[in-house]
Design a protein around this ligand. Structure first.
Ligand code: CP
Length: 324
């Protein structure tokens, strides 16, 4: 297993939340809060990444994560390279590691990587020079650590200590890296009750998150929840198109509507990592309603990515001072 923490105790890579110390996650969240913008004010900036170059390599589609990593790096004064994968030499057959070695020769300090295959961020992290860091920006159905952090931060900002909360995650959990990373973050902080809600074929195996309570009926799954997180159906991860449920039928059975939300706590918050499919997993009434924190999740995502970038920059600075 790759060591995400360097021998000097500093965070070098962020590939997964699994196995991280709670104290490190607390530091990342504290720094994220520092970077959170007052909504009426200009976005916070500092020079934590001055003199560093960040490369965003998104080999799978993204709006939120890609834009927020780019903004986060720029607001920390980094130089930013956004590789256009569709016009890169990967389509001429260059391997991903040859692409990495090529960019590394141009003095990239931090690679931000999204890929549809499990293991790619770790493979890159194992191959880069010791002064280079790798951040996972979404890996197949396996891991999306900065999303897990921003989800935890959003919940804490609204609800405080997660130990007192019931969190219900609804939808296609089996194919969701968001659900996995959120569940890891919530478990690390001792969530009161974690529920997985969806049709049986969308629920993860019992061995995965054994403490989570499984529900196949949405009303019971939402009942009394403090936090309700809806997920889209990850169509791109199904082995066959015929296994993808019909959108209207799915909405009838598992769509998050105002009537269904009435089963949750009266002050429950509604989350969705995006992209949303309105009318499939969530009704517009709920997505745009008073209890929705979906756009706050997006705002918090920039702060979390600034915090993670600033943290790994400390590792690079320490490496440079040891090796200069
Ligand atoms: N939540 C999330 O990862 O969104 P994007 O796919 O738009 O980055």
């Amino acid at each position: 297993m790759l060591e995400q923490i360097a021998s000097n105790g500093l965070l070098r890579h962020l590939i997964t939340l699994e196995g991280l110390d709670r104290s490190l996650v607390e530091q990342l969240l504290a720094r994220s809060r520092y970077y959170l913008a007052d909504r009426s004010a200009r976005a916070p900036r500092d020079a934590a990444l001055r003199g560093f170059t960040v490369a965003n390599l998104f080999f799978e589609a993204s709006t939120r994560t890609r834009a927020s990593f780019e903004l986060a790096a720029k607001r920390l004064d980094a130089e930013v390279l956004n590789l256009d994968v569709n016009t890169s030499s990967r389509i001429k057959g260059e391997s991903i590691l040859d692409t990495i070695y090529t960019l590394q020769a141009m003095h990239i300090d931090i690679f931000v990587v999204r890929d549809a295959s499990t293991g790619v961020p770790q493979t890159i992290a194992e191959a880069v020079q010791p002064n280079v860091c790798v951040l996972n920006a979404g890996e197949s159905d396996t891991s999306h650590p900065t999303q897990g952090l921003l989800d935890l931060l959003t919940i804490q900002l609204h609800k405080g200590d997660v130990a007192n909360l019931c969190v219900a995650i609804i939808g296609d959990i089996r194919h969701s890296r968001v659900a996995r990373s959120a569940s890891q973050a919530l478990s690390l902080f001792g969530v009161g009750e974690l529920r997985f809600v969806g049709p049986p074929e969308f629920l993860p195996d019992d061995q995965e998150f054994p403490a989570a309570v499984r529900h196949t009926e949405i009303d019971a799954g939402i009942s009394g929840a403090d936090v309700v997180m809806a997920l889209r159906i990850q169509k791109e991860r199904f082995a066959s198109a015929s296994a993808i449920p019909d959108a209207e039928e799915y909405f009838r059975r598992f769509g998050l509507t105002r009537a269904r939300l009435a089963h949750a706590q009266p002050d429950a918050i509604v989350m969705h990592p995006g992209p949303m499919n309105r009318g499939t997993e969530i009704d517009s009434d709920v997505a745009d309603g008073a209890r929705s924190v979906i756009r706050e999740q997006v705002a918090n995502g920039v702060a979390v990515r600034m915090a993670v970038l600033a943290h790994v920059a400390e590792y690079i600075r320490a490496w440079r001072s040891m090796n200069s």
